[in-house]
Design a protein around this ligand. Structure first.
Ligand SMILES: Cc1cc2nc3c(=O)[nH]c(=O)nc-3n(C[C@H](O)[C@H](O)[C@H](O)COP(=O)(O)OP(=O)(O)OC[C@H]3O[C@@H](n4cnc5c(N)ncnc54)[C@H](O)[C@@H]3O)c2cc1C
Length: 412
Protein backbone atom coordinates (compact mmCIF):
# COMPACT_ATOMS: atom_id res chain seq x y z
CA UNK A 1 0.00 0.00 0.00
CA UNK A 2 1.30 3.49 -0.85
CA UNK A 3 2.04 5.58 2.24
CA UNK A 4 1.69 9.36 2.37
CA UNK A 5 2.16 12.16 4.87
CA UNK A 6 0.06 15.29 4.38
CA UNK A 7 1.51 18.40 6.06
CA UNK A 8 -1.15 20.94 7.05
CA UNK A 9 -4.74 20.29 8.07
CA UNK A 10 -6.51 23.29 6.57
CA UNK A 11 -9.18 22.80 3.90
CA UNK A 12 -6.48 21.97 1.35
CA UNK A 13 -4.60 19.43 3.49
CA UNK A 14 -7.70 17.70 4.87
CA UNK A 15 -9.14 17.40 1.36
CA UNK A 16 -5.80 15.98 0.19
CA UNK A 17 -5.87 13.40 2.97
CA UNK A 18 -9.40 12.32 1.98
CA UNK A 19 -8.59 12.12 -1.72
CA UNK A 20 -5.41 10.08 -1.17
CA UNK A 21 -7.25 7.79 1.23
CA UNK A 22 -9.93 7.21 -1.43
CA UNK A 23 -7.11 6.38 -3.86
CA UNK A 24 -6.01 3.61 -1.49
CA UNK A 25 -3.13 5.31 0.36
CA UNK A 26 -2.36 4.87 4.01
CA UNK A 27 -2.29 8.53 5.10
CA UNK A 28 -1.04 10.43 8.15
CA UNK A 29 -2.31 14.03 8.34
CA UNK A 30 -0.01 16.24 10.40
CA UNK A 31 -0.57 19.72 11.80
CA UNK A 32 0.81 21.60 14.78
CA UNK A 33 -2.76 22.47 15.66
CA UNK A 34 -6.25 20.90 15.42
CA UNK A 35 -7.66 20.73 11.84
CA UNK A 36 -9.13 23.91 10.38
CA UNK A 37 -7.92 26.45 12.96
CA UNK A 38 -6.00 28.85 10.71
CA UNK A 39 -6.89 30.48 7.37
CA UNK A 40 -9.54 27.84 6.75
CA UNK A 41 -11.22 28.91 10.00
CA UNK A 42 -11.34 32.67 9.52
CA UNK A 43 -12.64 33.05 5.98
CA UNK A 44 -16.08 34.07 4.71
CA UNK A 45 -17.10 30.43 4.23
CA UNK A 46 -18.35 30.86 0.68
CA UNK A 47 -17.96 27.96 -1.76
CA UNK A 48 -17.50 30.44 -4.54
CA UNK A 49 -18.73 28.81 -7.72
CA UNK A 50 -19.28 32.31 -9.11
CA UNK A 51 -15.58 33.29 -8.74
CA UNK A 52 -14.66 32.24 -12.27
CA UNK A 53 -12.31 35.19 -12.78
CA UNK A 54 -9.76 35.50 -9.94
CA UNK A 55 -8.62 38.85 -8.49
CA UNK A 56 -6.07 40.33 -10.86
CA UNK A 57 -3.55 43.04 -10.00
CA UNK A 58 -5.00 46.37 -11.14
CA UNK A 59 -3.79 47.39 -14.57
CA UNK A 60 -5.36 50.83 -15.16
CA UNK A 61 -3.60 53.95 -13.88
CA UNK A 62 -6.77 54.99 -12.05
CA UNK A 63 -6.96 51.69 -10.13
CA UNK A 64 -3.22 51.60 -9.45
CA UNK A 65 -3.34 55.15 -8.08
CA UNK A 66 -6.27 54.21 -5.85
CA UNK A 67 -4.30 51.29 -4.36
CA UNK A 68 -1.07 53.30 -4.12
CA UNK A 69 -2.85 56.09 -2.27
CA UNK A 70 -4.92 53.61 -0.20
CA UNK A 71 -8.09 55.42 -1.18
CA UNK A 72 -10.37 52.38 -0.99
CA UNK A 73 -10.76 49.71 1.66
CA UNK A 74 -9.92 46.85 -0.70
CA UNK A 75 -6.12 46.93 -0.35
CA UNK A 76 -3.83 48.13 2.43
CA UNK A 77 -0.04 48.13 2.55
CA UNK A 78 2.89 49.66 4.46
CA UNK A 79 6.00 51.28 2.98
CA UNK A 80 8.34 49.28 5.24
CA UNK A 81 6.96 45.99 3.80
CA UNK A 82 7.53 46.93 0.15
CA UNK A 83 11.10 45.55 -0.20
CA UNK A 84 9.78 42.07 0.76
CA UNK A 85 6.61 42.36 -1.33
CA UNK A 86 8.01 43.94 -4.49
CA UNK A 87 9.25 40.79 -6.31
CA UNK A 88 6.02 38.73 -6.03
CA UNK A 89 3.90 41.84 -6.68
CA UNK A 90 5.80 42.59 -9.88
CA UNK A 91 5.15 38.99 -11.08
CA UNK A 92 1.49 39.37 -10.07
CA UNK A 93 1.25 42.60 -12.09
CA UNK A 94 2.87 40.91 -15.12
CA UNK A 95 0.63 37.83 -14.93
CA UNK A 96 -2.43 40.11 -14.76
CA UNK A 97 -1.80 41.48 -18.28
CA UNK A 98 -4.65 40.53 -20.64
CA UNK A 99 -3.01 37.54 -22.39
CA UNK A 100 -1.63 35.62 -19.36
CA UNK A 101 -4.74 36.53 -17.36
CA UNK A 102 -6.95 34.98 -20.06
CA UNK A 103 -4.90 31.75 -19.76
CA UNK A 104 -5.36 31.76 -15.99
CA UNK A 105 -9.11 32.31 -16.28
CA UNK A 106 -9.46 29.43 -18.75
CA UNK A 107 -8.18 27.07 -16.03
CA UNK A 108 -9.55 28.82 -12.97
CA UNK A 109 -13.11 29.04 -14.20
CA UNK A 110 -13.24 25.29 -14.84
CA UNK A 111 -11.88 24.50 -11.39
CA UNK A 112 -14.29 26.82 -9.61
CA UNK A 113 -17.37 25.70 -11.53
CA UNK A 114 -17.02 22.12 -10.27
CA UNK A 115 -16.19 23.05 -6.64
CA UNK A 116 -19.58 22.41 -5.03
CA UNK A 117 -19.84 19.00 -6.73
CA UNK A 118 -16.45 18.10 -5.24
CA UNK A 119 -17.47 19.35 -1.77
CA UNK A 120 -20.73 17.42 -2.01
CA UNK A 121 -18.74 14.15 -2.02
CA UNK A 122 -17.79 14.87 1.61
CA UNK A 123 -20.49 17.10 3.12
CA UNK A 124 -23.12 14.41 3.70
CA UNK A 125 -20.73 11.59 4.67
CA UNK A 126 -19.12 14.03 7.14
CA UNK A 127 -22.52 14.80 8.69
CA UNK A 128 -21.98 18.46 7.84
CA UNK A 129 -25.19 19.26 5.96
CA UNK A 130 -26.45 21.51 8.76
CA UNK A 131 -23.43 23.82 8.25
CA UNK A 132 -24.20 24.45 4.59
CA UNK A 133 -26.67 27.02 3.25
CA UNK A 134 -27.55 26.67 -0.42
CA UNK A 135 -28.94 30.14 -1.09
CA UNK A 136 -26.01 31.96 -2.73
CA UNK A 137 -24.73 35.36 -1.61
CA UNK A 138 -25.20 38.99 -2.60
CA UNK A 139 -22.90 41.78 -3.70
CA UNK A 140 -24.59 45.07 -2.76
CA UNK A 141 -23.90 48.48 -4.25
CA UNK A 142 -24.31 51.93 -2.75
CA UNK A 143 -23.99 53.88 -6.02
CA UNK A 144 -26.26 53.48 -9.03
CA UNK A 145 -23.34 53.65 -11.48
CA UNK A 146 -21.50 50.74 -9.85
CA UNK A 147 -24.70 48.72 -9.56
CA UNK A 148 -25.48 49.17 -13.25
CA UNK A 149 -21.93 48.17 -14.24
CA UNK A 150 -22.19 45.11 -11.96
CA UNK A 151 -25.47 44.07 -13.55
CA UNK A 152 -23.86 44.19 -16.99
CA UNK A 153 -20.89 42.17 -15.73
CA UNK A 154 -23.20 39.57 -14.15
CA UNK A 155 -24.93 39.15 -17.51
CA UNK A 156 -21.52 38.66 -19.17
CA UNK A 157 -20.56 35.95 -16.65
CA UNK A 158 -23.91 34.24 -17.23
CA UNK A 159 -23.41 34.23 -21.00
CA UNK A 160 -19.73 33.28 -20.89
CA UNK A 161 -19.59 30.68 -18.12
CA UNK A 162 -23.20 29.94 -17.21
CA UNK A 163 -22.84 31.57 -13.75
CA UNK A 164 -26.39 32.15 -12.54
CA UNK A 165 -27.40 35.43 -10.91
CA UNK A 166 -30.36 37.68 -10.25
CA UNK A 167 -30.24 41.44 -10.23
CA UNK A 168 -32.19 43.12 -7.41
CA UNK A 169 -33.28 46.75 -7.45
CA UNK A 170 -33.42 48.82 -4.23
CA UNK A 171 -36.96 47.76 -3.26
CA UNK A 172 -36.38 44.07 -4.00
CA UNK A 173 -33.18 44.19 -1.93
CA UNK A 174 -34.95 45.82 1.02
CA UNK A 175 -37.74 43.25 0.81
CA UNK A 176 -35.30 40.32 0.82
CA UNK A 177 -33.11 41.79 3.61
CA UNK A 178 -35.58 43.48 6.00
CA UNK A 179 -32.89 44.17 8.62
CA UNK A 180 -31.02 46.50 6.24
CA UNK A 181 -30.91 49.95 7.83
CA UNK A 182 -30.55 51.96 4.65
CA UNK A 183 -31.70 51.90 1.07
CA UNK A 184 -28.97 50.83 -1.35
CA UNK A 185 -28.71 51.14 -5.13
CA UNK A 186 -29.16 47.40 -5.67
CA UNK A 187 -27.52 43.99 -5.59
CA UNK A 188 -26.32 41.09 -7.67
CA UNK A 189 -27.44 37.84 -6.09
CA UNK A 190 -25.10 35.00 -7.06
CA UNK A 191 -27.44 32.06 -6.86
CA UNK A 192 -25.27 28.96 -7.19
CA UNK A 193 -22.64 29.34 -4.41
CA UNK A 194 -23.06 27.61 -1.08
CA UNK A 195 -22.09 29.22 2.20
CA UNK A 196 -20.88 27.62 5.39
CA UNK A 197 -21.96 28.75 8.85
CA UNK A 198 -18.69 27.62 10.44
CA UNK A 199 -15.80 27.11 7.98
CA UNK A 200 -13.36 25.75 10.60
CA UNK A 201 -15.95 23.24 11.77
CA UNK A 202 -16.51 22.01 8.20
CA UNK A 203 -12.77 21.29 7.94
CA UNK A 204 -12.90 19.56 11.35
CA UNK A 205 -15.82 17.37 10.17
CA UNK A 206 -13.96 16.46 6.96
CA UNK A 207 -10.96 15.53 9.16
CA UNK A 208 -13.22 13.42 11.40
CA UNK A 209 -14.52 11.64 8.27
CA UNK A 210 -10.92 10.93 7.24
CA UNK A 211 -10.23 9.49 10.72
CA UNK A 212 -13.47 7.45 10.69
CA UNK A 213 -12.36 5.93 7.39
CA UNK A 214 -9.10 4.77 9.00
CA UNK A 215 -6.80 7.79 8.47
CA UNK A 216 -4.35 8.92 11.15
CA UNK A 217 -4.24 12.47 12.54
CA UNK A 218 -1.08 13.59 14.32
CA UNK A 219 0.29 16.75 15.90
CA UNK A 220 3.76 17.73 14.76
CA UNK A 221 5.98 20.39 13.27
CA UNK A 222 6.21 20.24 9.48
CA UNK A 223 9.59 21.93 9.53
CA UNK A 224 11.07 18.64 10.79
CA UNK A 225 10.45 17.18 7.30
CA UNK A 226 13.54 15.36 6.01
CA UNK A 227 14.38 12.81 3.36
CA UNK A 228 14.53 9.29 4.75
CA UNK A 229 16.05 6.83 2.32
CA UNK A 230 13.73 6.80 -0.71
CA UNK A 231 10.91 8.42 1.32
CA UNK A 232 10.17 11.14 3.86
CA UNK A 233 10.11 11.54 7.63
CA UNK A 234 8.44 14.01 10.00
CA UNK A 235 8.64 14.12 13.77
CA UNK A 236 5.19 14.08 15.37
CA UNK A 237 4.27 14.20 19.06
CA UNK A 238 3.89 10.41 18.86
CA UNK A 239 7.34 9.89 17.31
CA UNK A 240 8.77 9.74 13.78
CA UNK A 241 6.34 9.20 10.90
CA UNK A 242 7.76 7.89 7.62
CA UNK A 243 6.13 7.50 4.20
CA UNK A 244 6.88 7.25 0.49
CA UNK A 245 5.20 10.59 -0.24
CA UNK A 246 4.97 13.91 1.58
CA UNK A 247 2.49 16.59 0.47
CA UNK A 248 3.13 20.21 1.47
CA UNK A 249 -0.29 21.76 2.14
CA UNK A 250 0.75 24.44 4.60
CA UNK A 251 -1.14 27.32 2.96
CA UNK A 252 0.69 30.61 3.67
CA UNK A 253 3.42 28.75 5.60
CA UNK A 254 4.45 26.60 2.62
CA UNK A 255 7.24 28.96 1.42
CA UNK A 256 8.94 28.84 4.84
CA UNK A 257 9.35 25.06 4.70
CA UNK A 258 10.25 24.98 1.02
CA UNK A 259 13.11 27.44 1.39
CA UNK A 260 14.99 24.61 3.11
CA UNK A 261 14.52 22.46 0.01
CA UNK A 262 15.82 25.12 -2.37
CA UNK A 263 12.59 26.82 -3.49
CA UNK A 264 12.04 30.57 -3.37
CA UNK A 265 8.23 30.58 -3.64
CA UNK A 266 7.05 34.04 -4.80
CA UNK A 267 3.88 34.04 -2.71
CA UNK A 268 1.73 37.16 -2.52
CA UNK A 269 0.54 37.34 1.09
CA UNK A 270 -2.91 38.93 1.35
CA UNK A 271 -3.91 39.18 4.95
CA UNK A 272 -7.56 39.53 5.96
CA UNK A 273 -9.23 40.42 9.27
CA UNK A 274 -12.57 39.54 10.83
CA UNK A 275 -14.70 40.26 13.89
CA UNK A 276 -17.89 38.66 15.16
CA UNK A 277 -20.95 40.48 16.47
CA UNK A 278 -23.95 39.08 18.31
CA UNK A 279 -27.06 40.01 16.38
CA UNK A 280 -30.23 38.47 15.06
CA UNK A 281 -30.64 41.41 12.73
CA UNK A 282 -27.81 40.82 10.30
CA UNK A 283 -28.15 39.74 6.66
CA UNK A 284 -30.00 36.48 6.01
CA UNK A 285 -27.25 35.37 3.59
CA UNK A 286 -23.65 36.56 3.09
CA UNK A 287 -23.33 40.04 1.71
CA UNK A 288 -20.41 41.94 0.16
CA UNK A 289 -20.61 45.71 0.57
CA UNK A 290 -18.61 46.37 -2.59
CA UNK A 291 -17.95 50.07 -1.95
CA UNK A 292 -16.24 49.19 1.36
CA UNK A 293 -14.78 45.77 0.40
CA UNK A 294 -16.53 44.35 3.44
CA UNK A 295 -18.17 40.94 3.70
CA UNK A 296 -20.87 40.39 6.32
CA UNK A 297 -21.59 36.70 6.86
CA UNK A 298 -24.13 35.10 9.17
CA UNK A 299 -22.23 32.40 11.08
CA UNK A 300 -23.01 30.14 14.02
CA UNK A 301 -20.58 32.25 16.08
CA UNK A 302 -22.39 35.50 15.21
CA UNK A 303 -22.32 37.96 12.39
CA UNK A 304 -18.78 37.80 10.90
CA UNK A 305 -17.47 41.04 9.36
CA UNK A 306 -14.45 40.51 7.07
CA UNK A 307 -12.00 42.73 5.21
CA UNK A 308 -10.21 42.84 1.87
CA UNK A 309 -6.45 42.40 1.50
CA UNK A 310 -3.62 43.80 3.58
CA UNK A 311 -0.44 43.05 1.62
CA UNK A 312 1.56 41.92 4.62
CA UNK A 313 4.59 39.61 4.66
CA UNK A 314 4.73 37.01 7.45
CA UNK A 315 5.31 38.66 10.82
CA UNK A 316 4.24 42.16 9.74
CA UNK A 317 2.37 43.98 12.53
CA UNK A 318 -1.42 44.02 12.56
CA UNK A 319 -2.97 47.05 10.84
CA UNK A 320 -6.42 48.03 12.07
CA UNK A 321 -7.50 50.56 9.42
CA UNK A 322 -9.37 48.07 7.19
CA UNK A 323 -11.25 46.26 9.93
CA UNK A 324 -12.28 49.55 11.56
CA UNK A 325 -13.66 50.80 8.28
CA UNK A 326 -15.30 47.43 7.56
CA UNK A 327 -17.04 47.44 10.95
CA UNK A 328 -18.20 51.04 10.43
CA UNK A 329 -19.62 50.07 7.03
CA UNK A 330 -21.34 46.97 8.44
CA UNK A 331 -22.86 49.07 11.27
CA UNK A 332 -24.29 51.47 8.70
CA UNK A 333 -26.08 48.54 7.09
CA UNK A 334 -27.13 46.46 10.13
CA UNK A 335 -27.67 46.97 13.85
CA UNK A 336 -24.60 45.24 15.28
CA UNK A 337 -23.83 45.18 19.00
CA UNK A 338 -20.37 45.08 20.62
CA UNK A 339 -17.77 42.78 19.04
CA UNK A 340 -17.52 39.31 20.56
CA UNK A 341 -13.69 39.10 20.50
CA UNK A 342 -11.25 41.50 22.17
CA UNK A 343 -9.03 41.67 19.09
CA UNK A 344 -9.84 40.99 15.44
CA UNK A 345 -8.80 37.66 13.94
CA UNK A 346 -6.26 37.81 11.12
CA UNK A 347 -5.11 35.24 8.59
CA UNK A 348 -3.39 35.22 5.22
CA UNK A 349 -4.68 34.28 1.78
CA UNK A 350 -1.83 32.31 0.15
CA UNK A 351 -1.88 33.84 -3.34
CA UNK A 352 0.38 33.01 -6.27
CA UNK A 353 1.33 35.65 -8.87
CA UNK A 354 -0.42 33.71 -11.66
CA UNK A 355 -3.50 33.30 -9.40
CA UNK A 356 -3.40 29.50 -9.79
CA UNK A 357 -2.76 27.02 -6.97
CA UNK A 358 0.42 24.94 -7.16
CA UNK A 359 -0.48 21.25 -7.50
CA UNK A 360 1.95 18.49 -8.41
CA UNK A 361 5.41 16.96 -8.02
CA UNK A 362 8.44 18.89 -6.82
CA UNK A 363 12.01 18.29 -8.02
CA UNK A 364 12.51 15.87 -5.10
CA UNK A 365 11.08 12.38 -5.62
CA UNK A 366 7.99 11.79 -3.47
CA UNK A 367 7.66 15.45 -2.40
CA UNK A 368 4.42 17.01 -3.68
CA UNK A 369 3.12 20.59 -3.60
CA UNK A 370 -0.47 21.58 -2.86
CA UNK A 371 -0.77 25.23 -1.84
CA UNK A 372 -1.35 28.77 -3.12
CA UNK A 373 -5.16 28.74 -3.35
CA UNK A 374 -5.39 32.48 -2.67
CA UNK A 375 -8.87 33.92 -2.31
CA UNK A 376 -10.63 30.62 -2.94
CA UNK A 377 -8.88 27.85 -1.01
CA UNK A 378 -11.98 27.03 1.01
CA UNK A 379 -13.79 26.58 -2.30
CA UNK A 380 -11.10 24.71 -4.21
CA UNK A 381 -9.52 22.37 -1.63
CA UNK A 382 -11.50 19.23 -2.60
CA UNK A 383 -11.20 19.95 -6.34
CA UNK A 384 -7.43 20.34 -6.54
CA UNK A 385 -6.99 17.47 -4.04
CA UNK A 386 -8.60 15.12 -6.55
CA UNK A 387 -6.29 16.41 -9.29
CA UNK A 388 -3.27 15.85 -7.04
CA UNK A 389 -4.37 12.30 -6.15
CA UNK A 390 -4.58 11.47 -9.88
CA UNK A 391 -1.07 12.78 -10.39
CA UNK A 392 0.38 10.81 -7.49
CA UNK A 393 -1.32 7.69 -8.90
CA UNK A 394 0.28 8.48 -12.27
CA UNK A 395 -3.14 8.34 -13.95
CA UNK A 396 -3.62 12.07 -14.61
CA UNK A 397 -4.72 12.84 -18.13
CA UNK A 398 -6.71 15.91 -17.10
CA UNK A 399 -5.59 18.98 -19.11
CA UNK A 400 -6.70 21.13 -16.15
CA UNK A 401 -3.77 19.75 -14.13
CA UNK A 402 -1.11 21.02 -16.53
CA UNK A 403 -1.06 24.78 -15.72
CA UNK A 404 -1.10 23.98 -11.98
CA UNK A 405 2.14 21.96 -12.07
CA UNK A 406 5.16 23.33 -10.21
CA UNK A 407 7.19 22.67 -13.38
CA UNK A 408 4.93 25.14 -15.23
CA UNK A 409 6.29 27.88 -12.89
CA UNK A 410 9.72 29.40 -13.42
CA UNK A 411 10.55 29.44 -9.69
CA UNK A 412 10.18 25.70 -9.10
C1 LIG B 1 -10.61 37.17 5.27
C2 LIG B 1 -10.61 35.96 4.35
C3 LIG B 1 -11.77 35.58 3.70
C4 LIG B 1 -11.78 34.47 2.84
N1 LIG B 1 -12.96 34.04 2.30
C5 LIG B 1 -12.97 32.94 1.51
C6 LIG B 1 -14.19 32.42 0.98
O1 LIG B 1 -15.27 32.93 1.26
N2 LIG B 1 -14.13 31.34 0.16
C7 LIG B 1 -12.95 30.73 -0.15
O2 LIG B 1 -12.95 29.78 -0.93
N3 LIG B 1 -11.79 31.15 0.39
C8 LIG B 1 -11.76 32.24 1.20
N4 LIG B 1 -10.58 32.68 1.73
C9 LIG B 1 -9.33 31.99 1.37
C10 LIG B 1 -9.20 30.68 2.12
O3 LIG B 1 -9.47 30.87 3.49
C11 LIG B 1 -7.78 30.10 1.96
O4 LIG B 1 -7.42 30.06 0.59
C12 LIG B 1 -7.72 28.68 2.51
O5 LIG B 1 -8.20 28.64 3.83
C13 LIG B 1 -6.30 28.14 2.46
O6 LIG B 1 -6.36 26.83 3.00
P1 LIG B 1 -5.04 26.03 3.30
O7 LIG B 1 -5.45 24.70 3.78
O8 LIG B 1 -4.13 26.13 2.13
O9 LIG B 1 -4.32 26.88 4.48
P2 LIG B 1 -4.65 26.88 6.06
O10 LIG B 1 -6.08 26.76 6.32
O11 LIG B 1 -3.92 28.06 6.63
O12 LIG B 1 -3.95 25.56 6.56
C14 LIG B 1 -2.55 25.46 6.69
C15 LIG B 1 -2.29 24.58 7.90
O13 LIG B 1 -0.88 24.39 8.03
C16 LIG B 1 -0.60 24.32 9.42
N5 LIG B 1 0.81 24.62 9.63
C17 LIG B 1 1.50 25.74 9.29
N6 LIG B 1 2.79 25.62 9.62
C18 LIG B 1 2.93 24.40 10.19
C19 LIG B 1 4.04 23.69 10.74
N7 LIG B 1 5.27 24.22 10.78
N8 LIG B 1 3.82 22.46 11.23
C20 LIG B 1 2.59 21.89 11.21
N9 LIG B 1 1.52 22.52 10.69
C21 LIG B 1 1.68 23.76 10.20
C22 LIG B 1 -1.51 25.35 10.04
O14 LIG B 1 -1.70 25.07 11.43
C23 LIG B 1 -2.78 25.18 9.21
O15 LIG B 1 -3.70 24.31 9.81
C24 LIG B 1 -10.56 33.78 2.60
C25 LIG B 1 -9.39 34.14 3.28
C26 LIG B 1 -9.40 35.23 4.15
C27 LIG B 1 -8.14 35.58 4.89
Amino acid sequence: MTTSIVLGAGMVGVSTALALQEAGHQVVLIDRNAPGRETSYGNAGIIQTEAVEPYAFPRSMREIASVALRRGNDVDWRLRDLPQLAGPLWRYFSRSAPAPYAETVATYSRLVLRASVDHARYIKPAGADELIVRRGWRAVYRSAAKYEAAAINAERLKNTYGVQSEVLGPSELTASEPALRRRLAGAVHWISPWTCRDPGELVARYAALFAARGGALARGDATTLAQDGAGWRVISQDGAVTAQNAVVALGPWSPILLKRFGYNVPMVFKRGYHRHFATHDGPSISMLDVDNSTVISPMNAGCRVLTGAHMAPPGAPVASRQIRRAVDAACELFALSAPLEEVPWSGTRPCMPDMLPVVGPSRQKGLWFHFGHGHQGFTLGPTTALLLAEQIAGTSTNPLAQPLLPSARNWA
